[in-house]
Design a protein around this ligand. Structure first.
Ligand code: FE2
Length: 294
């Protein structure tokens, strides 16, 4: 097949990046995305954070990421899940335990080595990505200065970042909502979530981001992978037992779609407030789960 390129693009630099966010320890999903990206060809990988927590294989996920970095130029950002873990370890609190309230995080932390935590701790909050002949990109987990703000197309939080940042392309994750949004000649690209589907999606989402002729564009992907194998890993790894009702909600999301862990958190918080609790108690988590049939 012959490819017809406009004169202006002949000989122009072409850079292609595979962008992954919110893997959440879902190793089979990441493996499928990496295989796809390698098959179509990529010059590098960008990991936007929330690499671990919620699914059964944090240490295998980090190993896959390090393996990727040995093959190609790779950028790692830190997400809010990494912040939870790192802050908890630094605080020396030692309060997480198996069960409804903190079992899933406890499980994740137990699986990570000192080297894994150091690896996460070296990851920055935002990074510039620079390539010859292409405009510079700004990459982050949520916003360049905050790991918790959710950015949605058209909302003021995103508009104000696009207006004020030095670059004209932002790579952002965190919301698990896949989109490319353009405003006043600037754009935000959210690759969606590799490992924790939401907004009615079930597959593994990521983006191939390409610079051609000095412009960045994005192809948003949603690919199939072996979810049955993933669900089996929840059981055999011990997470299904240790993570309590929260993990049961996550598993239900993988089976049925939806966002059961989000529903559960909302229900538990409301119930907790009505009971005058300072923090959501183990019993309240359990009761909220029962209300949702978990
Ligand atoms: Fe996040």
């Amino acid at each position: 097949m012959r490819l017809f390129l406009p004169e202006s693009l002949k000989g122009a630099k072409n850079v292609r990046l595979a962008v992954f966010s919110d893997i959440h320890s879902n190793e089979p999903a990441l493996r499928a995305c990496l295989a796809y990206a390698d098959h179509v060809g990529t010059d590098g990988y960008v990991f936007l954070g929330d690499h671990v927590s919620d699914c059964p294989d944090p240490e295998r996920t980090l190993e896959l990421m390090r393996e990727a970095a040995r093959r190609k130029k790779t950028w790692f950002l830190r997400g809010n899940r990494e912040d939870y873990l790192l802050d908890y370890v630094r605080s020396g609190a030692g309060t997480w335990k198996p069960g409804n309230a903190s079992g899933s995080l406890y499980y994740t932390l137990k699986r990570l080595s000192k080297e894994d935590l150091e690896f996460l701790g070296r990851m920055p909050l935002n990074l510039p990505l620079e390539f010859e002949g292409c405009p510079r990109i700004r990459a982050c987990h949520a916003t360049p200065t905050n790991n918790y703000v959710l950015l949605y197309p058209g909302a003021e939080a995103l508009e104000s970042i696009l207006r004020t940042m030095d670059e004209n392309t932002l790579l952002t994750g965190h919301s698990h909502f896949q989109y490319r949004y353009e405003s006043r000649g600037r754009q935000a690209i959210n690759p969606g979530a590799v490992g924790m589907p939401s907004h009615g999606q079930k597959g593994a989402q990521f983006a191939m981001v390409t610079c051609l002729g000095g412009r960045w564009s994005a192809r948003l992907l949603n690919i199939e992978y072996d979810r049955e194998a993933l669900l089996k890993r929840f059981e055999e790894s011990g997470l299904a037992d240790m993570g309590g009702v929260y993990t049961r909600a996550v598993m239900r999301t993988f089976r049925e779609g939806g966002n059961w862990q989000g529903e559960l958190s909302l229900t538990a918080r409301k119930l907790s407030q009505s009971r005058g609790e300072r923090a959501v108690s183990d019993q309240t988590w359990e009761d909220a789960g029962r209300m949702l049939g978990l």
